[in-house]
Design a protein around this ligand. Sequence first.
Ligand SMILES: [Zn+2]
Ligand SMILES: [Zn+2]
Length: 657
Amino acid sequence: MDSLIPFQDLNLLPDPPISSSSTAATHLVTPKIEPKTEPFDEPPPPPAPTQQPQPPHLQPQQQEPQHFAEESPSPPGEDSLYTEFHRVSELFRTAFAKGHRRYGDVDGVDPDSRAIVPFNPEETSQLATVVKPRISYKRSSELVRVTDLGLEDERYFRDLVRRTRMTFDGVRILSMADGSSGKRVRGDLIAASLMRNRGLWLNRDKRIVGSIPGICVGDIFFYRMELVVVGLHGQTQAGIDYLPASQSSNGEPIATSVIVSGGYEDDEDSGDVIIYTGHGGQDKFSRQCVHQKLEGGNLALERSMRYGIELRVIRGIRYEGGITSKVYVYDGLYRIMDCWFDVGKSGFGVFKYKLVRIEGQPEMGSVTMRLAKSLRSSPLSVRPAGYLSLDMSMKKENVPVLLFNDIDTDNEPLYYDYLVRSVYPPFVLHQNRNATGCECISGCAEGCFCFLKNGGEFLYDQNGLLLKGKPIIFECGAFCKCPPACRNRATQRGLKHRFEIFRSRETGWGVRSLDLIQAGAFVCEYAGVVLTRDQAQIFTMNGDTLIYPSRFPAKWEEWGDLSQIFPSYVRSLYPSAPPLDFAMDVSKMRNVACYISHSTKPNVLVQRVLYDHNNISFPHLMLFAMENIPPLAELSLDYGVSDEWTGKPLLLTEGSG
Ligand SMILES: [Zn+2]
Ligand SMILES: [Zn+2]
């Protein structure tokens, strides 16, 4: 720490002063309520007509988009993509068609669940017709700007983008999880291809200038293909996306978005102002080797400047510790203020454009990423005031859990002991006497006992990402002979992301991460002291703070849902799990999860996991990211409470959930 004043970590004080007569035990844990009304579960009816004519794309999407009917040349690599598609179809088919059996100490069996993707010979021919597409997917030439979306429309489009990205990630992770072929699998391309065949790419029927409905400044993408899938930037390679002159109604090209990656020698990026170099004339090392011409994207940028058309800017940023070396951050809208022909560093003529960020937009994602990076290395030099503790866990977690409040004097989280894992009543653990585990000394693979317990699959990929949600996941545990690094122990290795419990005016205490959390990644356990129903009743009478796990809605069902890709997809309910009938006391000990805010459209889900005992009625509640969560963005969890805040301590009243 570079701070001149010695930092007093308040969490290290033996007895934090309690200002009022209230004690920690009487504090009620109330999930924080998102100040929003209930979002749509179903796509809404078409927006009511207003004085302003609605952009045509706001009409409900048609199932079979006719605009895909035109023939256009396939992008390079298309053939291998369809080979991949076929391979993955086979993979899904064989993986899911396995019968499920009853194993050892597992008693949850759903006899009706057999295959996720039911397979019969007729389907092979259906698949075959998909493999050889007769249609291609030319983009529309209609240029629209979407403005003045109502709150409901905004919510609808945000959810549409969210679901689309979840499908993308679900297919991507699943297709990459099978490493048996030994070759590198491009899950992003497979996901994009499958989704295109199903007409699931967004915004192909219109070319949108300006903001894309449902995409927010600061959204982070790991793959260029994902930008194409959501319609943020329609080019898989080129840095400038534009409507070509040949398709434009007035015969002039119009630029809609650029990717600024900092790879070009003549680019200058100072955040709000970018000097962007046009394209053309660069060698494979991004060095200029011939003069640029005012054509294609260069001309489109120049035309956009003349017409005052705004430009979406996406920055490619190096990111260490991710599954890709680079991430793409949407940084919002810029205006092209100037354009000139210049001699570049290599001595060749280049077109330069001065892009200036439009004011009044949220903070740029790339700036937030930089801030988070500084906070990771030296929080006190970035924020000299506001930190109450630099590690609430006092080294019980792998990484620090910080406590920050710069808006008031509340320091309530200091009153609780930090609990890393849930604590179970002795009788739960006593049932372990006859427990069995797998015998995989060198690591678990297909055929392992735990693999079979999970219905013949592992639910995590090699990076520990959740492949799909399940009623319950059996991880390898104390009775298994496999090493701690086993793939099937993803939630036992502790925190990977540095979290910060912070005070906010909107949600009270909340949680954010200083690291980028990738969709599907393990976040943390929801930890507490586990109580049986009888014990819980006594505690409730004392007014203690209890969490009822049965109330968490089954958000895991949304993760890895392939029904949009395979219409006959049925989620496997095996292994099944009984309803939860326990409570957790968090009145004296708790972990970071306890401060996560409530939302009905959460970015974190609860997955039940068993590993240190075999009592299926008392699983661990493990939290996983449902989307890429940018650094410093607030985490949210659906607590299963009404959105309409009644002021009642909902977690205190017992219910069936
Ligand atoms: Zn194992
Ligand atoms: Zn094993």
